[in-house]
Design a protein around this ligand. Structure first.
Ligand SMILES: *Cc1c(COP(=O)(O)O)cnc(C)c1O
Length: 358
């Protein structure tokens, strides 16, 4: 607290990221990072950027990266926006489309159990949140998204931290029921087994699809995310971005991200490996008595009928394995979110859990 803090600062409720401990080497299964490295082509491209050219600003329009993304999703470059991680893209989209006009008096709709940053942005921009409860089984009921009196809708697909995916036809039903407002679909985990709404961008001018290179492309360290949408929605984001920071993506990140997006084979290879490990780990954990939500992501959301989630979390940490426990939050206080690591890491996890849960 400082006497210079404004009410604005004092009233913030900042996001608390998963632990990134610097003290000792953990098996890190807590922040959904990839256990594998990024595309080797991306590494070479980044190494090439580390030169005297770093004296120059990067391309403020990120033309090459946008072209690569446009090609990958069969869209035009005017339908692509890029930012410093999808968190920044989300922050700009919230500021631009869910706050700041007459509609801003209306709340923004999103699920009661979802990515906790949405609440933080809503608080930052003075947007009221209309939480729409997931069903008992952690499903989104599309009926709940009809006749909403809100400024916009955010859907996370697949959802985090539950890992459940919504079929594209359900996303389309939500889009059709909300044609007069922006429907933002956060697809951070889409490559691990769900259908992307990118296929609907040409049909719906109210759709904004947000994705990231942090999870499936194993590039959390360079901070690149993007949005796909109607050229006018994208132009709105560009106007905001250029009123805040014209160079959010540096030369090294631009080169690495472009090479990564172009290397679609490597993306497929990474996702296939992760899915295979995920399915094996699900079976092993089930055999240990855990209930597991069917996952379309690179993590599992699990609960054990006989062992307290926080106790398991602490026991694992003691052994040097980090998973994510969200605290005493309603509905999910007995759940743990476990990132899919390598087969070896998952074996270490199940060995540890065999000891803890016996
Ligand atoms: C990880 C994650 C993000 C943020 O990703 P960055 O691109 O690394 O900022 C956004 N949304 C969801 C649902 C995530 O899980």
């Amino acid at each position: 607290m400082s006497r210079f803090w404004t009410n604005k600062i004092a009233n913030l409720d900042p996001y608390v990221p998963g632990e990134q401990p610097q003290d000792k080497q953990y098996i890190k299964l807590n922040t959904n990072e990839s256990p594998y490295g990024p595309s080797p082509k991306a590494i070479v491209a980044m190494q090439e950027q580390v030169s005297d050219d770093l004296r120059l600003y990067p391309d403020p329009n990120c033309k090459q990266l946008k072209s690569a993304l446009a090609k990958a999703y069969k869209l035009k470059t005017e339908q692509v926006f890029v930012g410093n991680g999808s968190d920044e893209v989300l922050a700009l989209a919230f500021m631009g489309y869910f706050a700041g006009n007459a509609e801003a008096n209306k709340p923004l709709a999103f699920a009661d159990i979802t990515y906790s940053f949405y609440k933080v942005y809503a608080n930052l921009y003075g947007i009221e949140a209309k939480l729409i409860p997931l069903t008992q089984d952690f499903d989104i009921d599309v009926e709940d998204y009809q006749n909403l009196d809100v400024s916009g809708v955010v859907i996370t697909n697949p959802n985090a931290p539950t890992g459940k995916a919504l079929p594209l036809c359900d996303i389309e039903t939500i889009l059709q029921a909300n044609l007069d407002k922006v429907v933002l679909v956060d697809e951070a985990y889409i490559d691990f087994g769900a259908q992307s709404a990118a296929a609907l961008v040409n049909q719906y001018d109210n759709l904004l699809v947000v994705q990231t290179l942090s999870k499936s492309r194993a590039l959390a360290g360079i901070r690149v995310g993007y949005a796909l949408g109607h050229p006018d929605l994208i132009e709105g984001l560009e106007r905001l971005k250029n009123s805040f920071n014209s160079y959010p993506i540096d030369r090294v990140a631009l080169a690495g991200a472009t090479a990564s997006v172009e290397d679609t084979d490597y993306l497929g290879y990474l996702c296939e490996k992760t899915i295979k490990t995920r399915e094996a780990a699900s079976l092993t954990l089930q055999a240990l008595g855990f209930s597991i939500i069917p996952s379309s992501t690179n993590f599992l959301f699990v609960t054990h009928p006989d062992y307290d989630a926080q106790t398991i979390y602490l026991a694992l940490k003691e052994i040097g394995i980090l998973v994510r426990y969200f605290g005493k939050k309603p509905r999910i206080d007995q759940y743990l979110r476990i990132t899919i690591g390598t087969d070896e890491e998952m074996n270490a996890l199940t060995n540890a859990l065999t000891k803890i849960c016996s």
